[in-house]
Design a protein around this ligand. Structure first.
Ligand SMILES: NC(=O)c1ccc[n+]([C@@H]2O[C@H](COP(=O)([O-])OP(=O)(O)OC[C@H]3O[C@@H](n4cnc5c(N)ncnc54)[C@H](OP(=O)(O)O)[C@@H]3O)[C@@H](O)[C@H]2O)c1
Length: 180
């Protein structure tokens, strides 16, 4: 399993009023899409999201061939009223197991938030990497990224640019972490 996330550098804010706190950052979105997309024809990936994250996104990355969408919720699947939700699950561990049973490789299981799902993934020994976009500007937020630094260490991935970028007046940088 791998986490993909973006947070404000100081407040650790990741969400506000069930949306992202910052304006559109096309370069970050492209990076995110590139990370989570199936890499080979016929390969399957799983996108695991909490119910509110699922409801807050446009599902464009979840609507690709080979992507299995698993939403963590205690509500019945029918209540989400979306044919794009393949499975619901009541916990991260159950969602992870379900993805493996679908034949999805560990490296292709993506944890996409929000707060509680990230917290459970940070604590899960099978969660090997965390891909972070660090946003160097503060925005109002009502959801934060739980601490992960005690269990992950930063590493250099030569396939990912690590220079500070700027779009829409927002500076940001991609970082990669590996479980210690
Ligand atoms: N910056 C980023 O990278 C990023 C990524 C993802 C989301 N976000 C933002 O974060 C916000 C949404 O996150 P959120 O934390 O408020 O909500 P969330 O985790 O997406 O959804 C919360 C719901 O998911 C289910 N759930 C969550 N944790 C659970 C757990 N541990 N066990 C069982 N069920 C669980 C529950 O559903 P039921 O109530 O149906 O039982 C809960 O009400 C939005 O603002 C979104 O834009 C930002």
């Amino acid at each position: 399993m791998k986490i993909v996330t973006a947070m404000c550098n100081e407040s650790r804010g990741i969400g506000f009023k069930n949306a992202l706190p910052w304006p559109k950052l096309p370069g970050d979105y492209k990076h995110y899409r590139g990370l989570v997309a199936p890499k080979y024809t016929g390969e399957k990936t799983a996108n695991i999201k909490g119910r509110l994250t699922w409801l807050s996104t446009d599902h464009s990355e979840s609507n690709q061939p080979g992507v299995i969408n698993i939403v963590i919720t205690t509500l019945p699947k029918e209540s989400l009223k979306s044919s794009k939700v393949h499975y619901t699950s009541e916990s991260l561990s159950e969602a992870h197991q379900l993805a493996l049973e679908c034949g999805i490789k560990e490296d292709n299981i993506w944890i996409m938030g929000g707060h509680g799902i990230y917290k459970d993934a940070i604590a899960h020994p099978e969660c090997s990497h965390l891909y972070l976009t660090r946003i160097y500007k503060e925005f109002d937020s009502d959801v934060t990224l739980p601490a992960f630094e005690h269990q992950f260490q930063k590493k250099r991935d030569l396939t990912i640019p690590d220079n500070v970028q700027e779009e829409n007046g927002v500076r940001y940088q991609f970082e990669v972490y590996e479980r210690t």
